[in-house]
Design a protein around this ligand. Structure first.
Ligand code: TXA
Ligand code: MG
Length: 346
């Protein structure tokens, strides 16, 4: 086993990628960067390799994994059929942060990958290290986010090491990820296609590409069963309880002060604009009001950073649910367990 973190930018030609590819071919589990978050990869055709992912993450076995490919030509060997709609989505958004659910071809994947479902989620990541690693391993790679189950996804190699060091064969360090939130998951086995998890590709962009698209209605509710098994679990949660805020800046400041008067240490997760206007015991900044992509990129790191503080609670700014804002709010709602503090009860 090797477990060194290697910075690809310092090494021409990514020599450590062949080492990682060897590990994968031998059935080991390796973390690698993608454009969304770090993934924890294993050979999707091997039961033993895929079991290694579930063991390392402590992931419930009923939560299926996404399979990563480097070439659309590989698809025909993996799925039962590719619809015209799926083709359009692939042409437009691959490589990129869009996972498409297909009916799987039987006898290809380890059953552990699909958690017993007849469908399979596949994506082609838009990251040179991920693509090269998939190519050199010569296998479709099953890869969930490389965090301990329930924690925020890792957007840097250090986050992976913090969660999984000693539990996996190695980490390929490709620096910080770009998008910062996971891929959008869209089910193309139904008509019209249905978004099961909002993510790096917005519903607006998908609608512009294929026309009709729906979103799993259960994502909005706390207690219904989502179609994507993973969406029912507590996720992205920091150690201290997190609450979403809805109200004016002045009210936010008063709310923080009221909590402090109750003896609580209050953390605030906010854009630079809000952070400039209010005080809290600890403030973690995630991007800017007029740059939601920057908020997406830094959100998980900002949430994680509270774990190095002694705050009793975290209050989080809320965002408009359009574009990438839909994915930001989905992750924040889950991190908060849908707990809100509102200026006006609606
Ligand atoms: O951006 C990403 O998608 C990252 C990087 C590493 O590629 N991966 C990732 O994987 O987020 P994971 O395992 O953390 O999340 C996969 C999600 C889960 O919510 C899972 O339930 C859902 O996709 N999923 C996977 N296969 C599915 C299927 N056949 N049907 C419905 N949902 C599926
Ligand atoms: Mg995950």
């Amino acid at each position: 086993h090797w477990s060194v973190d290697i910075n690809v930018e310092k090494r021409k030609g990514y020599p450590q990628i062949s080492e990682a590819a060897d590990c994968l071919r031998n059935g080991h589990v390796v973390a690698f960067p993608t454009e969304t978050v770090y993934g924890l990869g294993a050979d999707a055709t091997s039961d033993q390799a895929v079991q290694g992912i579930f063991d390392a993450k402590g992931r419930p076995s009923d939560n299926p994994l996404i399979v990563h490919i480097s070439d659309t030509d590989d698809l025909s060997g993996l799925v039962a059929e590719v619809s015209g709609t799926a083709s359009k989505l692939m042409e437009t958004f691959w490589p990129g942060p869009l996972t498409i659910i297909f009916n799987k071809k039987s006898g290809v994947f380890s059953d552990l990958v699909t958690a017993g479902l007849e469908t399979i989620g596949i994506r082609m990541p838009d990251h040179p290290v991920a693509l090269e690693l998939i190519r050199r391993s010569g296998r479709p790679l099953a890869a969930p986010s490389a965090n301990t189950s329930g924690k925020p996804s890792p957007t840097a190699a250090a986050h992976v090491a913090g969660d999984l060091s000693g539990r996996i064969a190695g980490i390929v360090d490709g620096g910080e990820t770009g998008v910062g939130l996971e891929s959008t998951v869209i089910d193309c086995t139904v008509t019209p296609p249905m978004i099961l998890r909002p993510g790096g590709v917005s519903a607006e962009d998908i609608a512009a590409c294929i026309g009709g698209v729906t979103t799993d209605p259960s994502l909005k509710k706390e207690q219904s069963a989502p179609r994507s098994p993973g969406m029912k679990y507590t996720h992205y949660a920091p150690t201290a309880p997190l609450y979403l805020l809805e109200g004016e800046t002045k009210w936010i400041q008063e709310t923080i002060q009221r909590m402090q008067q109750e003896g609580k240490k209050v953390g605030l997760l906010a854009t630079s604009e809000l952070a400039a206007e209010v005080n809290a015991d600890v403030i973690s900044i995630c991007g800017s009001r007029n740059d939601p992509a920057a908020t997406a990129r830094t959100l998980y790191h900002a949430i994680r950073s509270f774990n190095e503080t002694d705050v009793d609670m975290i209050l989080a700014e809320s965002f408009d649910e359009k574009g990438i804002g839909t994915a930001i709010m989905n992750r924040l709602e889950k991190a908060a367990g849908h707990k809100w503090i509102r200026q006006r009860s609606s």
